[in-house]
Design a protein around this ligand. Structure first.
Ligand SMILES: [Zn+2]
Length: 52
């Protein structure tokens, strides 16, 4: 779970009604992915993290 990238996780979690855990990972984003454009609190959740 911890090693899952946000980019990959998002696709899965968007179809999950219980998305609280997912939202916690992006509630105060500090990084975005240069590849997918997604944001996350931690760079470990992104494949090409860049500080916001
Ligand atoms: Zn990505």
């Amino acid at each position: 779970m911890a090693s899952d990238k946000m980019c990959k996780l998002a696709k899965k979690e968007l179809h999950n009604k219980d998305s609280k855990a997912f939202k916690k990972l992006v509630d105060s984003p500090e990084f975005f992915c240069r590849k997918c454009g997604r944001v996350a609190n931690k760079k470990g959740n992104l494949c090409k993290p860049q500080k916001l």
